[in-house]
Ligand binder design. Structure first.
Ligand code: ASN
Length: 329
């Protein structure tokens, strides 16, 4: 390891000392306002907040190369939630519009440290809407983000000034690029990306830096995402899903989509993504009973804080960051 890398590791390990700094105080005040704004906005839209499980027999497998954490639960291998997607699909059968703010653990490869936007432990606000389309939840996401930016700008003027952040309140609707359009744009910028693969981190950052306001990328290819994102019945191989990207190089903010909800289709998708259906006993049982079609998304809280505050690295937006590869407290 090079000296500067060791220096960074040391610094990241000791980030907890930052909690008393005026800078971290300002960041946490902005985050507090953002959390209140998210909750107020969603309650105003008729959502009910639920509390998500933290462990379970299976968790979200669609985590793009990150590893799940397994614990011993009375002799049964249990997973720490990488997202509560499987549970929110069930919760909407009862409450129609739900959200939950919960911690997720994803052991990203140590190289993910370089992106400055990956944490191994983070918090996500997950929401789900019964019988919605992916374009409807994109409408919701843009109104929500605009509301949060406006509230923070309005109520955290002092903090933003201290942080040197000139936060824009984005106009809606946000731009919507199909995955194909996004890949073409990146190819035009010299990135060698094959259609059908996930957009790599560096390319995504570049794409994000090409815009001044948040924007969507939708219709990802089937090969790039988890089994629960719904494949368009009329356009084989294309998912009715999306990401929202922050501008200015901040990168991915949200990912979401419509869900597969029919037992047979889910089994088929699981086979293709290499999931063992036997591990998903309770989930498949519920699908067999019948669940409502739904759409939803998750927004990473630390990334939102980072964007609102305009700080370069994700760990600067977290009081006790767990950064890939660093065993910090
Ligand atoms: N929360 C995301 C969603 O709703 C899934 C994820 O985090 N992988 O689609």
């Amino acid at each position: 390891m090079r000296i500067d890398e060791r220096g960074l590791e040391e610094e990241l390990y000791r980030r907890y000392l930052e909690i008393r700094s005026p800078r971290m105080r300002a960041i946490l005040r902005v985050q507090d306002e953002a959390l209140s704004a998210l909750r107020d906005f969603l309650r105003g839209e008729g959502f009910v907040e639920i509390l998500a499980p933290i462990i379970g027999p299976v968790t979200d497998p669609g985590i793009r190369g990150a590893k799940q954490v397994t614990i011993d639960y009375y002799g049964h291998p249990f997973k720490v939630m990488s997202s509560m997607i499987l549970y929110k699909q069930m919760a909407v059968c009862s409450l129609r519009k739900v959200f939950a703010l919960s911690p997720n653990v994803r052991l990203e490869p140590p190289e993910a440290l370089k992106t400055g936007r990956h944490l191994a432990e983070f918090r996500q606000l997950d929401l789900e809407v019964a019988e919605a389309t992916y374009h409807e939840v994109m409408d919701l996401a843009e109104r929500m983000l605009r509301y949060v930016c406006a509230r923070v700008r309005d109520r955290c003027g002092e903090e933003l000034e201290f942080l040197g952040r000139d936060l824009r309140v984005p106009a809606v609707p946000f731009k919507r690029l199909s995955y194909r359009e996004a890949v073409d744009l990146l190819r035009g910028e010299g990135f060698d990306i094959d259609y059908g693969v996930e957009i790599p981190w560096d390319a995504e950052e570049h794409l994000s830096a090409m815009f001044d306001d948040p924007f969507f990328v939708y219709d990802y290819p089937k090969t790039a995402r988890g089994f629960y994102d719904r494949e368009d019945p009329e356009r084989k191989g294309i998912l009715r899903d999306f990401d929202l990207l922050y501008p200015e190089g901040f990168g991915e903010a949200i990912s979401g989509g419509e869900r597969e909800y029919e037992y047979e289709r889910v089994l088929e998708r699981m086979r293709r993504t290499g999931e063992d259906p036997r591990a998903y006993g309770w989930y498949l049982e519920m699908l067999k009973e019948g669940i409502v079609p739904s759409a939803g998304f998750g927004i990473g809280i630390e990334r939102l804080t980072r964007y609102l505050c305009g700080v370069p690295k994700i760990w600067e937006a977290v009081p006790f960051p767990k950064v890939p590869g660093i065993p910090s407290p």
